[in-house]
Write a protein that binds this ligand. Structure first.
Ligand SMILES: [Zn+2]
Length: 214
Protein backbone atom coordinates (compact mmCIF):
# COMPACT_ATOMS: atom_id res chain seq x y z
CA UNK A 1 0.00 0.00 0.00
CA UNK A 2 3.00 2.28 0.33
CA UNK A 3 3.04 2.71 -3.42
CA UNK A 4 -0.22 4.67 -3.06
CA UNK A 5 -1.87 2.60 -5.77
CA UNK A 6 -5.62 2.28 -5.23
CA UNK A 7 -6.35 -0.89 -3.35
CA UNK A 8 -7.57 -3.44 -5.84
CA UNK A 9 -8.17 -7.09 -5.17
CA UNK A 10 -6.38 -8.18 -2.02
CA UNK A 11 -6.52 -5.87 0.98
CA UNK A 12 -3.42 -4.03 2.10
CA UNK A 13 -1.70 -5.38 5.15
CA UNK A 14 0.88 -2.76 5.77
CA UNK A 15 0.44 0.93 6.51
CA UNK A 16 2.97 3.72 6.96
CA UNK A 17 1.98 6.28 9.57
CA UNK A 18 4.22 9.27 10.30
CA UNK A 19 3.77 10.82 13.75
CA UNK A 20 4.44 14.56 13.72
CA UNK A 21 5.42 15.80 17.16
CA UNK A 22 5.24 19.45 18.14
CA UNK A 23 6.68 19.49 21.65
CA UNK A 24 9.91 18.16 23.07
CA UNK A 25 9.63 14.78 24.74
CA UNK A 26 6.05 13.92 23.84
CA UNK A 27 6.98 11.91 20.73
CA UNK A 28 9.42 9.80 22.72
CA UNK A 29 6.87 9.29 25.46
CA UNK A 30 4.15 8.41 22.96
CA UNK A 31 6.33 5.83 21.19
CA UNK A 32 7.32 4.29 24.51
CA UNK A 33 3.63 4.03 25.36
CA UNK A 34 3.28 1.94 22.19
CA UNK A 35 6.36 -0.15 23.11
CA UNK A 36 8.16 1.29 20.08
CA UNK A 37 11.64 2.76 19.73
CA UNK A 38 11.23 6.48 18.98
CA UNK A 39 14.50 6.59 17.02
CA UNK A 40 13.59 4.15 14.29
CA UNK A 41 10.58 3.05 12.24
CA UNK A 42 8.66 0.80 14.59
CA UNK A 43 6.01 -1.71 13.65
CA UNK A 44 2.77 -2.25 15.48
CA UNK A 45 0.57 -5.27 14.80
CA UNK A 46 -3.08 -4.26 14.73
CA UNK A 47 -5.40 -7.00 13.59
CA UNK A 48 -4.15 -8.12 10.19
CA UNK A 49 -2.38 -4.81 9.62
CA UNK A 50 1.27 -4.09 10.23
CA UNK A 51 1.57 -0.40 11.02
CA UNK A 52 4.99 1.16 10.44
CA UNK A 53 5.25 4.25 12.60
CA UNK A 54 7.93 6.92 12.32
CA UNK A 55 8.45 9.91 14.61
CA UNK A 56 9.17 13.38 13.22
CA UNK A 57 10.17 16.02 15.73
CA UNK A 58 9.00 19.32 14.32
CA UNK A 59 9.20 21.66 17.32
CA UNK A 60 12.61 23.11 16.56
CA UNK A 61 13.06 21.98 12.96
CA UNK A 62 11.33 23.42 9.99
CA UNK A 63 9.45 20.62 8.25
CA UNK A 64 11.89 20.16 5.34
CA UNK A 65 10.92 17.14 3.30
CA UNK A 66 7.69 16.71 5.20
CA UNK A 67 5.63 16.95 2.02
CA UNK A 68 7.42 13.87 0.63
CA UNK A 69 6.78 11.99 3.88
CA UNK A 70 3.08 12.88 3.75
CA UNK A 71 2.79 11.80 0.11
CA UNK A 72 3.92 8.28 0.94
CA UNK A 73 1.86 8.05 4.14
CA UNK A 74 -1.27 5.92 4.47
CA UNK A 75 -2.43 7.95 7.48
CA UNK A 76 -0.91 10.55 9.78
CA UNK A 77 -0.95 11.57 13.43
CA UNK A 78 -0.19 15.02 14.80
CA UNK A 79 0.96 14.95 18.40
CA UNK A 80 0.51 18.26 20.22
CA UNK A 81 0.81 19.59 23.74
CA UNK A 82 1.47 23.33 23.92
CA UNK A 83 -0.80 25.67 21.98
CA UNK A 84 1.09 28.94 22.35
CA UNK A 85 1.62 31.12 19.31
CA UNK A 86 5.03 29.68 18.36
CA UNK A 87 3.78 26.09 18.58
CA UNK A 88 0.53 26.86 16.78
CA UNK A 89 2.41 28.43 13.86
CA UNK A 90 4.37 25.19 13.43
CA UNK A 91 1.27 23.04 13.85
CA UNK A 92 -0.59 25.10 11.27
CA UNK A 93 2.27 24.91 8.76
CA UNK A 94 2.29 21.11 8.95
CA UNK A 95 -1.50 20.83 9.00
CA UNK A 96 -1.70 22.78 5.73
CA UNK A 97 0.44 20.08 4.11
CA UNK A 98 -1.84 17.37 5.52
CA UNK A 99 -5.04 18.91 4.19
CA UNK A 100 -3.50 18.93 0.73
CA UNK A 101 -4.21 15.17 0.98
CA UNK A 102 -7.96 15.26 1.72
CA UNK A 103 -8.39 11.48 1.72
CA UNK A 104 -5.46 10.82 4.03
CA UNK A 105 -6.87 9.66 7.38
CA UNK A 106 -5.46 11.95 10.07
CA UNK A 107 -6.03 12.64 13.73
CA UNK A 108 -4.73 15.23 16.12
CA UNK A 109 -3.67 13.81 19.46
CA UNK A 110 -3.49 16.04 22.51
CA UNK A 111 -0.78 14.37 24.55
CA UNK A 112 -0.66 14.54 28.34
CA UNK A 113 1.39 12.80 30.93
CA UNK A 114 -0.76 11.31 33.72
CA UNK A 115 -2.24 13.90 36.09
CA UNK A 116 -1.44 16.92 33.92
CA UNK A 117 -4.40 19.23 34.17
CA UNK A 118 -3.42 22.48 32.48
CA UNK A 119 -2.26 23.65 29.09
CA UNK A 120 -0.52 26.58 27.46
CA UNK A 121 -1.97 29.09 25.00
CA UNK A 122 -1.07 32.64 24.01
CA UNK A 123 -3.17 35.71 24.77
CA UNK A 124 -4.99 36.56 21.52
CA UNK A 125 -4.45 40.27 22.23
CA UNK A 126 -0.84 40.65 23.35
CA UNK A 127 0.72 37.22 22.74
CA UNK A 128 1.60 36.63 26.39
CA UNK A 129 2.02 32.88 27.04
CA UNK A 130 -0.61 31.74 29.53
CA UNK A 131 -1.25 28.58 31.54
CA UNK A 132 -4.93 27.57 31.60
CA UNK A 133 -6.27 24.93 33.98
CA UNK A 134 -8.71 22.46 32.41
CA UNK A 135 -11.27 23.24 35.09
CA UNK A 136 -11.27 26.92 34.09
CA UNK A 137 -12.26 26.24 30.46
CA UNK A 138 -15.53 27.99 29.63
CA UNK A 139 -14.92 30.69 32.25
CA UNK A 140 -13.73 34.19 31.51
CA UNK A 141 -10.09 34.91 32.22
CA UNK A 142 -7.94 38.02 32.39
CA UNK A 143 -4.53 38.23 30.77
CA UNK A 144 -2.17 39.44 33.52
CA UNK A 145 -0.07 41.23 30.91
CA UNK A 146 -2.59 43.28 28.91
CA UNK A 147 -5.60 42.99 31.27
CA UNK A 148 -7.93 41.98 28.43
CA UNK A 149 -10.75 39.54 29.27
CA UNK A 150 -11.70 36.57 27.11
CA UNK A 151 -13.38 33.17 27.33
CA UNK A 152 -10.96 30.38 28.14
CA UNK A 153 -11.12 27.53 25.61
CA UNK A 154 -10.52 23.84 26.03
CA UNK A 155 -7.47 22.54 24.19
CA UNK A 156 -9.77 20.79 21.75
CA UNK A 157 -11.94 23.84 21.02
CA UNK A 158 -8.85 26.02 20.64
CA UNK A 159 -7.31 23.64 18.09
CA UNK A 160 -10.62 23.20 16.28
CA UNK A 161 -11.14 26.92 15.78
CA UNK A 162 -7.51 27.79 15.11
CA UNK A 163 -7.09 25.12 12.41
CA UNK A 164 -10.75 25.28 11.24
CA UNK A 165 -10.96 21.52 11.69
CA UNK A 166 -13.82 19.51 10.21
CA UNK A 167 -15.38 16.28 11.49
CA UNK A 168 -12.97 14.40 9.23
CA UNK A 169 -10.09 15.33 11.55
CA UNK A 170 -10.79 13.99 15.04
CA UNK A 171 -9.06 15.55 18.04
CA UNK A 172 -8.34 12.87 20.64
CA UNK A 173 -6.84 13.07 24.10
CA UNK A 174 -4.10 10.56 24.85
CA UNK A 175 -2.18 9.98 28.07
CA UNK A 176 1.37 8.69 28.30
CA UNK A 177 1.59 5.05 29.32
CA UNK A 178 -2.12 4.61 28.73
CA UNK A 179 -4.11 2.40 26.33
CA UNK A 180 -5.46 5.61 24.75
CA UNK A 181 -2.15 5.89 22.87
CA UNK A 182 -2.72 2.62 21.04
CA UNK A 183 -6.46 3.17 20.63
CA UNK A 184 -5.71 6.33 18.64
CA UNK A 185 -3.68 4.27 16.16
CA UNK A 186 -6.41 1.61 15.98
CA UNK A 187 -9.10 4.14 15.10
CA UNK A 188 -6.86 5.56 12.38
CA UNK A 189 -6.28 2.10 10.91
CA UNK A 190 -10.03 1.41 10.94
CA UNK A 191 -10.45 4.48 8.75
CA UNK A 192 -7.78 3.26 6.30
CA UNK A 193 -9.54 -0.09 6.04
CA UNK A 194 -13.03 1.39 5.61
CA UNK A 195 -11.75 3.79 2.95
CA UNK A 196 -10.32 0.88 1.01
CA UNK A 197 -13.61 -0.98 1.26
CA UNK A 198 -15.38 2.20 0.13
CA UNK A 199 -13.20 2.45 -2.95
CA UNK A 200 -14.23 -1.02 -4.01
CA UNK A 201 -17.96 -0.78 -3.35
CA UNK A 202 -20.65 0.63 -5.62
CA UNK A 203 -22.02 4.17 -5.24
CA UNK A 204 -24.86 4.52 -2.76
CA UNK A 205 -27.32 7.33 -2.07
CA UNK A 206 -26.56 9.29 1.08
CA UNK A 207 -29.10 8.90 3.87
CA UNK A 208 -30.63 11.78 5.82
CA UNK A 209 -31.27 11.18 9.55
CA UNK A 210 -35.06 11.15 10.29
CA UNK A 211 -34.78 14.24 12.50
CA UNK A 212 -33.39 16.24 9.56
CA UNK A 213 -36.19 15.24 7.13
CA UNK A 214 -38.77 17.97 6.58
ZN1 LIG B 1 -2.68 39.74 26.88
Amino acid sequence: MNDKAPAAGNSAERAYVPVLSFAEGIGTSYFKSLDLDPNTVGSLELGSMQVDMELFRLYDNSPDGLDAVIRKADAALMLVKFLDRVCMDKIKEAYRMLIDEPFLPKSILIFREPKESEFKISCAYCGQKLWVRDRDAGKRGNCPQCRKTFFLPTQKSYLTSFLMLTEAVPVLSVTGGDVSCKNAVSSLIERIVSQEQGLKSTTMRVQIPPEDLE
